[in-house]
Design a protein around this ligand. Sequence first.
Ligand code: UT7
Length: 321
Amino acid sequence: MIRSVVCGSGSALPGAAVTNAELEQRVDTTDAWIVERTGIRQRYIAGEGETTSTLAIEAARNALDAAGIEGSTIDLIVLATATPDQTFPATATIVQDALGCNGGIAFDVAAVCSGFLYALATADSMLRTGMAKRALVIGAETFSRILDWEDRTTCVLFGDGAGAIVLEARECAADGPGVIATRLHADGAHNELLYVDGGPSTTGTVGMLRMKGREVFRHAVVNLSTVLEETLAGTDYTAADIDWVVPHQANARILEATARKLGLPPGKVVVTVDRHANTSAASVPLAFDTAVKDGRIKPGDLVMFEAMGGGFTWGASLVRI
Ligand code: UT7
């Protein structure tokens, strides 16, 4: 069977790490509150000249290097972001031009924090149907640019960054590497719980992020546990077979609660929220690359990606590395 195989991963973080103590100087918050309620200790904030595309390009180049693949051979780029450089063109086309693979397919996907799962599923479908052979799937964000720095309930939670994987269509055995199963969902009834209060067709401004955190938290634990079970149900695997869960890094308590519901030991969950905070679409590939580079995730491992975000959108994908 043709499968989309992960050949390499890469990531990028902007220059400056901002600690909770530094935020204490800026908003009415404390390091103790942020750590206790979220697990976040610091986040990276993009500086002058750093944009979603510059982070995406760096992450993509690192992923290509890890895969030992020339950028010019990529014929599909799917980039997940809610913070594109411009309203249009798609940030994916800026990445494409920088990598010198013009002429293939390149577009952005908007599913906020679930964006990487949506991008992965889209690229996987296109590779398996033969529309492309080699894809870059990227999650890249500069959420610091859409935060209300007067709103302590949101501004302490997010950070900037990018992560990328190279996927290649290959003939694989059933127990071989590749994307095994993916499930995606959306429920637009909950738009008002997590949104940006602007946009080109409404206010004509970029807008700022607004979130009713407690309600989002409640939905996140339920939706994520359900989609993880649903994704496994379509396969020959059970939760006990999973080597690593690589979740969207919104809140350490959500990660713990979801792992508990699945009966997974916390030691199998990759946690980077303490260092990166919530980087939206970038968080899953950024966490994945972190765990690959530090030697935790190895070839042959069974990995579950999962995320939930604005929309609501949510999804999970089971992948043999
Ligand atoms: O990535 C997309 C998905 N997003 C998520 O999954 C986020 C899900 N939600 C969460 O992670 C949590 O709900 C938050 C971290 C956002 C909030 O934690 P919480 O335990 O749900 O706190 P809360 O919103 O219920 O607020 C509790 C208290 C409030 O004070 P009162 O009304 O009890 O006096 C807040 O005003 O904490 C206060 N508070 C803060 N205090 C210090 C809120 N933000 C802060 C802050 N510093 N930064």
